[in-house]
Write a protein that binds this ligand. Sequence first.
Ligand code: CAA
Length: 379
Amino acid sequence: MLFQLSEEHLMIRQAARDFAQTELKPGVIERDEHQKFPAEQVKLMGRLGFLGMMVSSQYGGSGMDAVSYVLVMEELSKVDASASVVVSVNNSLICYGLEHFGSEAQKQKYLIPLAKGEVIGAFCLSEPEAGSDATALSTSAVDMGDHYLLNGTKNWITNGSTASTYLAIAQTDTNKRHQGINAFIVEKGMPGFTIGQKENKMGIRGSDTHSLHFSDVKVPKENRIGDDGSGFKFAMTCLEGGRIGIASQALGIASGAYEMALNYAQERKAFGKSLADLQAIQFKLADMATNIEAARLLCLKAAWLKDNGLPYAQASSMAKLFASETAMKTTTEAVQIHGGYGYVKEYHVERLMRDAKITQIYEGTSEIQHIVISRQLLK
Ligand code: CAA
């Protein structure tokens, strides 16, 4: 067993680290404060190949492996989780779905610009009455012969107003439960498709989260992804990989907060010595570092399984469950170590603590990860 990263992995990690420090860090507090989407930074990430990392070069991607994806997600998320969620959604939920389940025509028309980062995508599954219970969709798609007619509302959609390509999951036959669900490619600007309210969020405030409305949207038949009735499995399969992305995001948030706490503990003096000389602080740092290392290993293992064509549903859920819980615990402790400074915005750790919370919620709550893991164990 080899625990060493390759030269190529080290290079991609360094590139992401440099990008995060030079392009994401300046302005991250202001973007959070004003809920400003990192539009310029997303363009640059597209040029660096971060938005279609695992797509083959034939379809405009960088052809990298999932291990590289974990490394990039960790580095970006140490600094700006609002930017890194764009990378996660575009890679795992959009590009992966189109490359593995889309028709050749869909790949040519939609995947190539998405993988090149010329445009970004949004994954539209959640609804006002269907979050964890993803089969309870009420968005309907009625087969009209040469097209489907889409009606309904989607909630909490990442890249909601900034995306160009939307993958919408809808019910075509309510009697068939998950077998009556399909996934469709919807373009921004299709008549009847409107962007709804922007969410005013606790964390990842720079990320663009909206509700979306479909009112008699005519979606051409050729925009259905895969066979009739395959939409639920499509969504679940995309989410399996997406959970590696969000786990790595949580890992990055945790390690960013830990690094800040470590530095602060060495600089700050109290009771005539540095905080780092106090055992109470040393033990906190030891717990933080241990949990982060365990989370990193779980993320890399899930990615390695994916890269080697092995089943990774359980591993990606374990990684997401553990890494997101670690992110919450670690950022809370980082604020505690910073004391009063930790509670004010200029020290970053309070933002990381707010950002950490979403990793326990989106792409399957911690409770849903318990369901996925236990079902795999009992299978
Ligand atoms: N891969 C392939 N097929 C799968 C699958 C997977 N990972 N998981 C389930 N399926 C299949 C099952 O085999 C079953 O098919 P058959 O009947 O043919 O065997 C079918 O799907 C239904 O499965 P279940 O009976 O297990 O379905 P369920 O209703 O019990 O739900 C669940 C399972 C795991 C709880 C699922 O509903 C789930 O993951 N919920 C959470 C949804 C979620 O993660 N939402 C996130 C929103 S997207 C987001 O957050 C993106 C963003 O913007 C950041």
